[in-house]
Write a protein that binds this ligand. Sequence first.
Ligand code: PGA
Length: 243
Amino acid sequence: MTERKALVAGNWKMNGRLDEGSALARAIAERAREADACDLLVCPPATLLVPIGKALAGSGVALGGQDCHAAPSGAFTGSISAEMLRDAGCSHVIVGHSERRHGCGESDADVLAKAQAAWRAGLVAIVCVGETRAERERGTAIAVVTGQLAGSVPDGAAADNLVVAYEPVWAIGTGLTPTIADIAEMHAAIRRHIPAGTRILYGGSVNPKNAAEILALPEVDGALVGGASLKAEDFWAIAQAAR
Ligand code: PGA
């Protein structure tokens, strides 16, 4: 079986200005330089990509975007292309986060086009999937998630260009998480639909208290962390739990 190194990714969302963002990145970089960790990735807001990239230089911590447009350039006011992310120093980009699927009306087809754009620019696409609370209560969570995978992961996916993040919509930013058994069941289901060796992250209210139990699951290859990634100690504690 292909070995899958754990990846812990911080999604800062629309948080962080130059001073505090740089201080947070420096604190993470310092720890990463001093101690062994799993693979680490920081996804700051676009305004901070270049300075955060500088703060992380030489630490081994990778830089990622939170979203990209499907086109390489053009008349798309306010949007950022995968090529621009690459130019700013990114190696990864999150696509299909639930805050974009549900908050901005992005469809599976939109997410698929963004993942293709990521690959065109040489980035790893972190494709997010996850059911709503109603879908889980109806017993359709696995069907919803595998449907999202079928619709939003392009042909050509491989372990080195794709990461899947399972993020139940109802667990994001709420302090709620699925049961360990439900996470294990979902990750095993996702595994059957993606190329061997592809990493599957769990995301949704991961914190230093619950990380060890979730990350110990054999099919969980790391975490996509929102709120807890804004504190260096918490992010680092989660990274240590993933080792
Ligand atoms: P959370 O966010 O850790 O704050 O729940 C996770 C995410 O949205 O990626």
